[in-house]
Design a protein around this ligand. Structure first.
Ligand SMILES: O=P(O)(O)O[C@@H]1[C@@H](OP(=O)(O)O)[C@H](OP(=O)(O)O)[C@H](O)[C@H](OP(=O)(O)O)[C@H]1OP(=O)(O)O
Ligand SMILES: Nc1ncnc2c1ncn2[C@@H]1O[C@H](COP(=O)(O)OP(=O)(O)OP(=O)(O)O)[C@@H](O)[C@H]1O
Length: 422
């Protein structure tokens, strides 16, 4: 059996983030001082913590499929852990608390006066109905941290970017100058998910041209949607929901005035230019696109459709799908590529002293940028992690296809709805 975690071995508990499928909670180990996160699956229907998560499937995807496409230096190998159901109940209070709040000790979190039971996303009513004693979760390093090997100057800043599909695709019967991401984002904007449409387009971010990449990131800083979050020493400072004006960001990131966010973005683009090409290559496993994928799925016999709806299908089929060109294999490649189209890249950077780098025996990733306000180079230690590598099934396809078609209709109804991508 995997390790059963003892939460009293940890301190400094806080909420790191959530998506539709997971809550991510961070804590620091008393033993080695390393900050880790636990990724707890959500039950999509109730929004509570799932009692039967499929963590082993996510891990098997990483080991057997994803690792063939992305360099292991960008990947986090999670550890499958078990959490006692009572402990999970208390941990599940953390997502209800104010963002950036740190709870010092496990005992504090057990205090029901301070942190009542009704805060929990694993309520007693749900626990009592089941005979489950443990739930599984994935434990991994907290990507908002960089191992401290060199003396640092200032805080650690993390950019979490969801770069989305980086190539333009033609679809049968559709001729529009918009990329997949922008079609879906226009739909989300028009249906009230966002107040404004952004200028960001993944084709710019993946262009490989540092100036165009820079402009794309600046567009996200203005309008993040779900594609950008910025953390300062692990605290969320800028996202769609939590906005910080650029001037405030400059002060927070460079309290000594040595540089501005622009400099960080330049460093970020250098780092991203090493990661995005392999992500793009993996996304291009899809040679058919969403419209053809839906067509193929609809024409498959019911029994095969059922097989594909099982998340373990791609694990059973393995990499053999790469060599075959029958409709089922093409659809399976589409689903595999969907993982790479929906990941987040977490880039953490911290300023380090250039003299120390020269004298340090410890290897470290360093990016060096000429500061616009001085003649010297600013050096940043950095780490890059690709997270949210979750399996996709035809359920995702059906859902996205509906929204994609709605987006196409909105664009066709109003030719000037948004600037074209190509
Ligand atoms: O379809 P898209 O491109 O809007 O992407 C969805 C994401 O929306 P976003 O790009 O952030 O606006 C969406 O992200 P959010 O939860 O909205 O941040 C999910 O990642 C969704 O995947 P899943 O259903 O959780 O497996 C994503 O759906 P699929 O990858 O399943 O299509
Ligand atoms: N290893 C990590 N270190 C630090 N923060 C992380 C880590 N993994 C995830 N997070 C944070 O937790 C958030 C939610 O995680 P994740 O994206 O895996 O959830 P999800 O429900 O699968 O998302 P989606 O709805 O996009 O599929 C991320 O946006 C990120 O801010």
């Amino acid at each position: 059996m995997s390790e059963i975690i003892n939460p009293s071995n940890y301190y400094g508990f806080c909420f790191r983030g959530e998506g539709r499928s997971n809550f991510v909670i961070s804590a620091k180990s008393h033993k080695d001082g390393i900050r880790i996160v636990w990724r707890l699956s959500k039950d999509r229907k109730t929004g509570n913590i799932s009692l039967k998560p499929k963590c082993h499937v996510v891990n098997a995807y990483l080991e057997n499929l994803i690792s063939h496409f992305l360099d292991e230096k960008f990947l986090i190998k999670p550890k499958l852990v078990h959490i006692k159901i009572d402990d999970a109940h208390h941990l599940a209070k953390i997502p209800s608390l104010t963002h950036n709040l740190k709870i010092d000790s496990w005992e504090d979190l057990l205090d029901i006066k301070e942190y009542p039971q009704n805060l929990s996303f694993l309520p007693p009513s749900v626990m009592l109905n089941q005979e489950i004693k443990y739930i599984s979760a994935l434990e991994m390093p907290d990507a908002t941290r960089i191992p401290k090997r060199l003396p640092s100057v200032g805080p650690t800043i993390t950019f979490e970017i969801k770069p989305k599909q980086g190539f333009y695709q033609l679809h049968p019967g559709i001729s529009l100058p918009f990329c997949n991401n922008c079609i879906l984002q226009i739909e989300k904007w028009q249906t009230g998910n966002f107040e404004r449409m952004y200028d960001f387009c993944p084709l710019e971010l993946y262009s490989g041209d540092l100036n165009r990449m820079h402009a794309a990131i600046m567009s996200l800083i203005r309008e993040p949607h779900k594609n950008l979050r910025i953390f300062l020493d692990g605290n969320l400072i800028h996202s769609e929901e939590t906005r910080l004006p650029v001037i405030g960001m400059n002060m927070a990131c460079f309290p000594d005035g040595s540089a501005e966010v622009d400099t960080l973005v330049e460093a970020l683009c250098h780092v991203l230019s090493n990661v995005l090409p392999s992500l793009l290559k993996a996304q291009k496993l899809d040679s058919i696109g969403i419209v053809r994928a839906m067509e193929i799925y609809n024409n498959l016999p019911f029994s095969i459709q059922e097989e594909l709806l099982d998340k373990k299908n791609l694990l059973r089929r393995g990499l053999s799908i790469l060599n075959d060109i029958d409709p089922r294999s093409l659809l399976e490649r589409y689903l595999l590529s969907g993982i790479f189209k929906d990941v987040s890249v977490m880039v953490s950077m911290r300023r380090v002293d250039s003299v120390c780098i020269a004298n340090s025996p410890a290897p470290q990733n360093i990016v060096s940028i000429l500061s616009p306000s001085s003649t010297k180079n600013l050096c940043f230690a950095y780490s890059v992690r690709i997270v949210d590598l979750d399996p996709k099934t035809p359920k995702n396809l059906i859902n996205a296809f509906q929204r994609f078609n709605d987006g196409i209709r909105m664009i066709q109804a109003n030719g000037n709805i948004h600037k074209p991508c190509i």
